[in-house]
Design a protein around this ligand. Structure first.
Ligand SMILES: [Zn+2]
Length: 298
């Protein structure tokens, strides 16, 4: 008991840390990428990005949304991927293009709001909203909202989910640069049922709570980036070599939802664990040491 108390006390003394600057404040304040060769440093949820590149706010087949956040930055591999996927939206899904949500900050790093990941320039959120126009003004991009493709009870997709979404997700999963894609479990269930051809691509589609207004694409480490941390376990390991269209997927719309509705009573004999530190608590000491150079660079 005393040991737990000590942990809790140390934690609450150390956590507010307004004196030791928080990494998200430092990274969030920089408006441009670092003048360095492009390199991914660290992990998706604990890292940064050297030589980040800005995705053009508007292209022939995409628009970046919520420009005020300045999160339309990434590794050059991510910029190229977004452009490829936006073309696939036209050729595979019959969409005019895509609305691109958060990528990374100019130098990556932890963010002041929202995501734990998106730190290393390899993550991108793609809106579920099929674009009607690709000439939205800045103001329209602040005010327009995406749509949810999930039913209110979270067990199914709703009428907003279309074959166009599936074609776009398939194109993303088949892209060799992609490591995995996070999407609401009902979408994976719907695609497992609807795919009557080869289902191998579904291995990269990972069910996760949330992710019904957008899907999240995560790229592999760029070739040669020695400081980039590959995510483990791999999607192959997670799905035991299969496509994940199985009982582990069904769990999300049965047991998981049941636990959400009726959370178990906490066991009075188990001490409450200290609050978990998240990306917004990180100081520079939590990040790979190269991130200090990224921050200090021109
Ligand atoms: Zn995301």
């Amino acid at each position: 008991m005393m040991r737990w108390l000590a942990v809790v006390v140390c934690f609450s003394l150390g956590a507010p840390a307004s004196a030791q600057s928080l990494a998200n404040q430092l990274f969030g304040a920089l408006r441009d990428g670092s003048n360095q060769q492009a390199e991914v440093i660290g992990a998706y949820a604990k890292g940064c990005l050297a030589g980040g590149v800005e995705l053009a706010e508007t292209g022939p087949t995409w628009q970046a949304m919520r420009l005020s956040r300045n999160r339309n930055w990434g590794h050059p591999d991510l910029i190229a991927f977004v452009q490829r996927l936006s073309q696939s939206a036209v050729t595979e899904a019959g969409w005019p293009g895509i609305y691109v949500g958060d990528m990374s900050q100019p130098r990556g790093g932890p963010m002041t709001s929202g995501h734990q990941s998106h730190q290393s320039g390899l993550d991108v959120d793609i809106w579920m909203l099929r674009p009607n126009r690709l000439n939205l003004t800045r103001r329209e991009r602040e005010n327009l909202s995406s749509i949810s493709v999930r039913s209110a009870d979270q067990s199914r997709v709703n009428e907003n989910f279309t074959y166009g979404h599936m074609a776009l997700l398939r194109a993303a999963a088949l892209d060799p640069a992609v490591d995995r894609i996070f999407v609401t479990p009902p979408v994976k269930i719907a695609m497992c049922n609807a795919e009557d051809g080869n289902k191998d691509w579904l291995q990269k589609i990972r069910p996760l709570q949330g992710h019904h207004y957008h899907f999240h694409v995560r790229l592999r480490c760029p070739r040669g980036d020695r400081n980039c941390e590959t995510q483990t376990p791999s999607v192959r390991e997670l799905s035991k070599g299969g496509n994940g269209c199985d009982a582990s997927l069904n769990w999300w719309v049965t047991t998981y939802l049941e636990l959400l509705r009726n959370p178990p009573e906490p066991d009075p004999n188990t001490p409450t664990p200290p609050p978990r530190r998240g990306a917004r608590d990180y100081t520079m000491a939590d990040l790979p040491r190269q991130c200090a150079q990224v921050l200090a660079s021109n």
